[in-house]
Design a protein around this ligand. Structure first.
Ligand SMILES: Cc1cc2nc3c(=O)[nH]c(=O)nc-3n(C[C@H](O)[C@H](O)[C@H](O)COP(=O)(O)OP(=O)(O)OC[C@H]3O[C@@H](n4cnc5c(N)ncnc54)[C@H](O)[C@@H]3O)c2cc1C
Length: 556
């Protein structure tokens, strides 16, 4: 595969400090270099000429950059329906001879333009394309650009905020789920190179089958894939031990930019201080800056684990116990808060092997180098839980029981939905400093109770992140849910938290970004977007708030 570094400078929307820096640095070097000949009149005039020409070049570039920046549309202009027809024809011609790469099958379009998992209306793409390689992706991007057609990456499709919906004018859905090869396994380096469509579960199963005692510890929905995980900046139950996608788990990414250029963000070494972290630019970018076609991920050693459960009088007591347990530094891999309503849902869902007490509680995955060290940790956890009012502490007797217990926690989404048959679920994702979590949970529960909405709560309590799954059955309940979610987010932000701890922004959260991050930060994000994707074709309508920041308009 051809991968070359970016040489073309990125065009900033306005002349910026970066441009000024570029032009002044050589001059400063020239004047301070002791090895330069002493200034003679002749040299001085040559020098003046050089400075003048540099200055005028800089000015010319500066002005032309300014003009070009002005030429970048603040509101993207997409192709006409006729252009889109032409683009689809060209896609079909490009991939002629290969089966099932380009699809306009209505069922395919329907599947890709909706989601089982969220509350947002369907919005269909015009065509779905299934690439096999980076080269395929480049071809598709070039056609999208030629016909100014929006292009939305799609992979595991487990996003929860409408991330992969089509654009209202139509567009190309690029489904990368077929690009799922593990390209290289470097056991000695604890990393693998893979395509973006492979799931974290598939990777871990494959490593286990091969007898390699390593795993990828970021664990969102079981169907999530590496490309989608990188692009949402996700995490999961393991985050309290291993951190999130925004940590150092993605060592590098190969990315097709909107220009069609292929870049690799860095090499495979564990560390690099070579400039700023361009891999991170794409983590959480939700497919708006580039399409990831290859990734190197870091792996962790598989350690023995077991599971414990314990009930508490209330959420506050459970959270206080968690704080103390974590501060002991015992081997905790996951520590999950569940509320009484969730335990009731688990009983109704009927997949569990046991009947649960319907009380607030914790599911805890303990980790250690040996069974003995896990047992030692369990003793500390039990003692601290009981100190905070914990009862019914239970420690799995064997691996099978541990897996069964953990499945009950992992089935949260579907168990929650079973409380109101036929209902849709609105999954929220606020995150606050851990000590603030009980306040937020109580205020949220009170609010939802007053509205008469059925809700379950599970939380990555060690990270201050919790999910309320709010159920609604009709438009009136959906409207109430929307208002309640908005209040919940505002409360979280007021507590120095975030509207999304791990699910990402998509369509559903973009209106909260300015309040959370401030205008300047959002404008910086938009400036980067405009620089990399001046035509605004990559996953438009997601991530960036519709509200104009300063005077720059939108470039969604
Ligand atoms: C039951 C359930 C449980 C969940 N639990 C968690 C959890 O615990 N923690 C958590 O963080 N999330 C969770 N999620 C949300 C979801 O699993 C994550 O957001 C996940 O990272 C999405 O990955 P995906 O492969 O499904 O991506 P998709 O849904 O296909 O796409 C997500 C985003 O990434 C972009 N994208 C996809 N592939 C690429 C690519 N190759 N290049 C560029 N952009 C790309 C898409 O355009 C989109 O914007 C859960 C979801 C469900 C349904």
């Amino acid at each position: 595969m051809l991968v070359r570094p970016t040489t073309r400078p990125l065009l900033l929307a306005r002349p910026s400090a970066t441009l000024l820096f570029t032009y002044y640095v050589p001059r400063r070097r020239f004047t301070t270099n002791n090895a330069q000949p002493r200034e003679t009149p002749k040299f001085r005039s040559a020098y003046s000429l050089l400075v003048a020409s540099l200055a005028s070049g800089a000015l010319g570039y500066f002005v032309s950059s300014w003009n070009n920046a002005e030429a970048i549309p603040t509101t993207p202009k997409y192709g006409s329906p006729k252009d889109y027809e032409q683009a689809i024809l060209e896609l079909q011609l490009t991939f002629a001879g290969r089966d099932d790469v380009v699809s306009t099958d209505p069922e395919d379009l329907r599947i890709h333009g909706r989601s089982e998992y969220d509350y947002l209306p369907d919005c269909l793409h015009s065509v779905v394309v299934y690439p096999d390689s980076t080269e395929d992706v480049v071809k598709i991007v070039k056609i999208a650009t030629k016909y100014r057609m929006p292009i939305t990456p799609y992979s595991g499709a487990t996003n929860l905020e409408g991330h992969t919906r089509g654009h209202s004018s139509g567009g190309i859905c690029i489904d990368l789920s077929g690009m799922k090869r593990i390209i290289e396994i470097h056991e000695a380096d604890s990393d693998i190179v893979c395509q973006p469509g492979i799931g974290w579960v598939e990777i871990n199963d494959d490593l286990a089958r091969k007898g390699i005692p390593l795993f990828f510890p970021i664990d969102p929905a079981p169907g999530a894939t590496i490309g989608g995980m990188l692009s949402t900046g996700c995490s999961g139950t393991n985050a309290v031990r291993y951190g999130t996608s925004k940590g150092e788990w993605f060592l590098n990414a190969t990315v097709v930019l909107p220009s069609g250029e292929v870049i690799k963000t860095r090499r495979r070494s564990r560390k690099s201080s070579a400039g700023f972290d361009t891999t991170k630019l794409f983590i959480g970018a939700e497919g708006t800056l580039g399409i990831v076609t290859e990734v190197t991920i870091r792996l962790a050693p598989v350690l023995p684990t077991s599971v414990a459960v314990v009930q508490f009088p209330d959420v506050r007591k459970a959270t206080e116990a968690v704080r103390e347990i974590i501060n002991q530094g015992v081997g905790i891999q996951c520590i999950e808060l569940v509320d009484a309503e969730f335990m009731r849902a688990t009983n109704i869902y009927g997949q569990s092997r046991r009947k649960w007490p319907e009380k607030d509680g914790l599911f805890i995955k303990l980790q250690g180098h040996t069974q003995q060290s896990i047992m030692d940790s369990a003793k500390v956890v039990k003692k601290l839980a009981e100190k905070h009012g914990g009862t019914g502490f239970e420690f799995a007797k064997n691996g099978k029981e541990a897996a069964d217990l953990w499945d009950d926690r992992k089935n949260a989404h579907f168990a929650g939905l079973s409380l109101v048959p036929g209902a849709k679920g609105w999954a929220t994702d606020v995150c606050v400093p851990v000590s603030k979590l009980p306040d937020l949970v109580y205020q949220t529960k009170e609010d939802l109770k007053n509205l008469g909405l059925v809700t379950t709560i599970v939380g990555h309590v060690g990270d201050g992140n919790f999910h309320a799954l709010i159920l609604f059955n009709n438009e009136e309940e959906q409207a109430k849910t929307k208002q309640a979610v908005s209040r919940m987010v505002k409360r979280a932000i007021a507590l120095d938290g975030t509207c999304t701890g791990e699910h990402g922004v998509g369509i559903g959260k973009k209106d909260y970004l300015i309040e959370e991050l401030g205008e300047g930060t959002v404008e910086l994000m938009k400036t980067i977007k405009r620089a990399i994707d001046p035509l605004g074709l990559f996953n438009p309508g997601k991530l960036y708030p519709d509200t104009p920041t300063k005077d720059k308009g939108n470039n969604n």
